[in-house]
Design a protein around this ligand. Structure first.
Ligand SMILES: [Zn+2]
Ligand SMILES: [Zn+2]
Length: 147
């Protein structure tokens, strides 16, 4: 499954004329396999052993290239640094308020909201963003232990 995603991603890069360097390959692989929503720093830490000459700035520049061709989404949350999400299908995020973990979930049917918004306001709707917040199972378990 993740091998298919990697192959598709590499095909997309080829089609858009983006050169596939070993670093880009590794960053993509990490994004697809980790299933987390890493920051540029997380990716850098995971790959620095493999690419000693790579800097956080290089990672960030590569992520920006991926974002421009539509392979990754950059998620910004004001205060902390951006997180990156490999784009598969449309999905939503539930975010832990304690540790900041982001987990994907799928929920169809919010297209209605876009239609309603368009109908009520006359806007041409391009997309929407919805996030759900709470405490993840790990953090909940930790809290119970300390009580
Ligand atoms: Zn948590
Ligand atoms: Zn996601």
């Amino acid at each position: 499954m993740s091998q298919d995603h990697l192959k598709e991603a590499i095909d997309t890069l080829k089609d858009t004329g983006v050169r596939i360097t070993p670093q880009r390959h590794a960053i993509l692989e990490y994004l697809i396999d980790s299933m987390s929503h890493p920051t540029a720093d997380d990716i850098y830490k995971a790959l620095e052993g493999k690419f000693p000459n790579m800097s956080v700035a290089t990672v960030y520049n590569n992520l920006r290239v991926f974002r421009e061709v539509g392979l990754v989404k950059e998620l910004t949350y004001g205060d902390s640094s951006s997180r990156f999400d490999f784009v598969t299908t449309e999905h939503y995020h539930v975010i832990c308020e304690d540790c900041g973990k982001i987990v994907d979930f799928h929920y169809p049917g919010l297209d209605e909201v876009e239609q309603l918004a368009s109908h009520v306001t006359g806007f041409k709707i391009s997309h929407h963003r919805m996030e759900v917040y709470g405490t993840c199972p790990e953090c909940s378990a930790k809290k119970e232990l300390t009580h």
